[in-house]
Design a protein around this ligand. Structure first.
Ligand SMILES: [Zn+2]
Length: 88
């Protein structure tokens, strides 16, 4: 397996996390929290049953490509606001 270097600081101390969380995830964007979700596919942290990401142990940078476009959760929230649908 090839070494992965941090995109921010070139450190070789990159830690990869693979966590099976199924549909037990809670995601908060700004003040809106969504509970009991599968891992969103469009946030750069894995998807489906698994959280998967790599983080630099020197600078804390999560490895990936950002900024991301509006996520599905943000789109849903924006559309529900537009329609005047209130959620708890
Ligand atoms: Zn780094």
């Amino acid at each position: 397996m090839e070494n992965e270097f941090c995109k921010n600081c070139d450190s070789q101390r990159c830690m990869k996390i693979v966590a099976k969380s199924n549909d037990l995830n809670s995601v908060t964007i700004n003040t809106k929290t969504y509970k009991n979700l599968y891992v969103p596919e469009d946030m750069g942290i894995g998807g489906g049953d698994y959280i998967v990401f790599t983080c630099c142990l020197d600078c804390g940078q999560i490895q990936g490509e950002w900024p991301l476009p509006e996520t599905d959760l943000e789109t849903l929230y924006r559309l529900s606001e537009d329609l005047g649908i209130k959620e708890n």
